[in-house]
Structure formats: structure tokens, C-alpha cells
Design a protein around this ligand. Structure first.
Ligand SMILES: [Zn+2]
Ligand SMILES: [Zn+2]
Length: 338
């Protein structure tokens, strides 16, 4: 079967791998779509070499069809599923607290262990979630980032009437905006990429474009009070420097982006307005179920975010293009195409 292998910084190779077989408690998946995201771009650049082995198979945003499943597993051949790509110990402090997605020994399939960039994949059935027929194959591949977004919005307690400012209008920022809007919040997204700005506006989202003073915008937008919740989804120093300046008294700053370097934060407003700042990383099963409900019902339109589909053989080229910026939102690998 075909699979793609990480060969070290800036090198993927698509070749062949032995056909996997399902072990105890595992289903054999026929992988159809895998999304590429910011984490994968970090892997591509070699930033996660301490976690991704040479020859490793990445891909943690997977939609598949079941080729075979154990009897009595609740799954059967032909079922359409997404993969919750987490492995946790079940006994550490985090797991006992109900935060198994933050397990001290957490392994992410597609980062620390093999992921979805292979035609067939054996996965434990307790990691599989069925998706309804009303969700297209492409939309189903966006359920992992949408589960991130439902988690982020829930954790930040966004509610009806809130003003929400999202720094960064890539796929995760856009999905946070769409989920917040569905909860009844007013949403604005700060973004510089013209392709993304147009796409966000096409979804009816307000965009704060380049050259606009974001702090002034936030004040004007809220009668001088500041926004209820700000999400940091850029990973960019300029946004981090401003994120505490736009939030109201007792408001919330949520850090969603992966920051691998220390950043300058203005802590005076943290103190003066008694802000709350928290991180938001992965998801619970309930976050996945909400994501699937929101997309399947059409409440959150994910289809327009898919800007490009490429075959597995084009992974290297797709990574290079995504890294260069330009007209890119969500890129999917279509394992059924050549
Ligand atoms: Zn991701
Ligand atoms: Zn654990």
C-alpha cells in the first residue's frame, strides 16, 4: 500500500509499506482523507524531531471507512469514521482529573505514533467515532480541527451577546469564529492574508485587516469596554503583545496557538482589569460529538474552508506551498486520488 514517510526536516517521501493487519481491539481502516494543519507544518520544518521519528507516518486529522472490525465492537465494514488521535495512560493525575487529552504520557497518533497518511491503518476501535451520512468525506476530515474549536469556545465560556476577537484567521481561528457566532456571540477576526480575509468575509465574518489598529477597533466595537474573550491563534509576537490590551474587565484571553518560544506579554491589563488567561490545547469526546453535530446540521459550514485537495504523492509540494503562505486555508490529502 501507499504511505508517506517523514525523512527529516523538509522532506517527505511517498512510497510503499507492508499491508497492516488489525490486532486485538483494532479495526482496519481504509483511509480516505487526511487534513494538513499547523502542527504538520511544524513537523515539516523539523521543530518536532524530538517527537516524530525518521520514517514516521504523520496525519492526525483522518476520515476513513472501516474495512474490517472486531465482532461486538459496535463497528462494521463500511462504517464512516473519524479518528480521535490520542493515546493516554488512564492512571496519571491528568487522566484521573478527567483531562486524559492532557495525559502526562500523552501520545498523539500522527505525531508521536504513526498516523493517517497511509492507505490502510489499524486503529483501536475506542479511538473511532462514527459520522453521519449527511457529512461529506471532505467535511468529515475537518472534524478534528472543529473539535479543537468547540473545545476552545467551551473552555472560554463564550455566550450569547459576547464580543469575541480572534487573532488569526487560519482554519482554527475561522472555526473558533464560526462556533462562537453559533453560540450567539459577535465575532471579529484579525487576519493579514488577503485570500483568507476574502474567504472569512464570504462566511459573513467581520475581519480586522492589515493596517488597522486592533486595540482601537476593539474599543470602538465595544463602546470602550473591551471584548469579552480574545483568542490568540497566530503564534505571532505582535498579536501576543496586543492580546491583553483588547479585553474587558474580568474578560478572558485564550492561548490556542503553539508557542515554541517565550513571548512578550503586557501584564499590566492582566492586573488592572483582573483578566483570566488560559491555554486551550485538545479536546474531550464531548467536544468531538458537538463538532460533528454542528457540521452535520449545517450550523457551522466547514466545506468552504477546504481550499485544496492533493494526492498523497503531492504531500511534499503541499507542505512547501502551505509554508510559503499565499492562497491557502485547509489543505486535504485525498488518499483515493493519484
Ligand atoms: Zn491539527
Ligand atoms: Zn495519563
Amino acid at each position: 500500500m501507499r504511505a508517506s514517510f517523514y525523512e527529516g526536516a523538509r522532506r517527505f517521501r511517498t512510497g510503499t509499506a507492508p499491508e497492516p493487519s488489525a490486532g486485538a481491539g483494532e479495526a482496519l481502516l481504509h483511509v480516505k482523507r487526511v487534513g494538513i494543519c499547523g502542527t504538520d507544518l511544524h513537523i515539516f520544518q523539523g521543530h518536532l524531531d524530538h517527537r516524530v521519528p525518521k520514517g514516521g507516518i504523520i496525519g492526525h486529522e483522518t476520515f476513513a471507512e472501516i474495512a474490517e472490525a472486531p465482532a461486538q465492537s459496535g463497528f462494521a465494514k463500511g462504517d464512516r469514521v473519524v479518528v480521535e488521535p490520542l493515546r493516554f495512560c488512564g492512571t496519571c493525575r491528568a487522566c484521573q482529573m478527567g483531562a486524559s487529552f492532557l495525559c502526562y504520557k500523552l501520545q498523539v497518533l500522527g505525531v508521536d505514533a504513526p498516523g493517517g497518511m497511509q492507505e490502510r491503518w489499524a486503529v483501536k476501535t475506542d479511538r473511532l467515532i462514527k459520522v453521519p451520512a449527511s457529512l461529506s468525506d471532505d467535511d468529515a476530515a475537518v472534524m478534528e480541527p472543529l473539535a479543537i474549536a468547540t473545545h476552545d469556545v467551551t473552555r472560554a465560556e463564550v455566550k450569547k451577546g459576547d464580543a469575541v476577537l480572534v487573532f488569526g484567521g487560519g482554519p482554527i481561528g475561522a472555526l473558533i469564529g464560526l462556533v462562537s457566532r453559533h453560540r450567539g456571540a459577535r465575532v471579529a477576526i484579525s487576519e493579514v492574508n488577503p485570500f483568507r480575509i476574502e474567504l472569512l468575509r464570504g462566511l459573513g465574518l467581520e475581519v480586522v485587516g492589515p493596517g488597522t489598529d486592533v486595540v482601537k477597533f476593539a474599543n470602538d466595537w465595544t463602546g470602550g469596554e473591551g471584548v469579552d474573550v480574545a483568542f490568540e491563534v497566530t503564534g505571532n509576537a505582535a498579536a501576543v503583545r496586543l492580546m491583553t490590551d483588547v479585553v474587558r474587565v474580568w474578560g478572558t484571553v485564550s492561548v490556542v496557538a503553539i508557542h515554541s518560544e517565550p513571548m512578550m506579554v503586557n501584564l499590566y491589563p492582566m492586573f488592572a482589569r483582573e483578566l483570566t488567561m488560559h491555554g486551550s490545547r485538545l479536546y474531550t469526546r464531548a467536544d468531538w460529538e458537538e463538532a460533528i453535530r454542528l457540521a452535520a446540521s449545517g450550523a457551522v459550514p466547514v466545506g468552504p474552508l477546504v481550499s485544496r485537495k492533493i494526492p498523497l504523492e503531492a504531500l511534499q509540494e503541499g507542505m512547501e506551498q502551505a509554508l510559503a503562505g499565499g492562497p491557502v486555508m485547509k489543505v486535504l490529502i485525498d488518499l483515493t486520488a493519484r
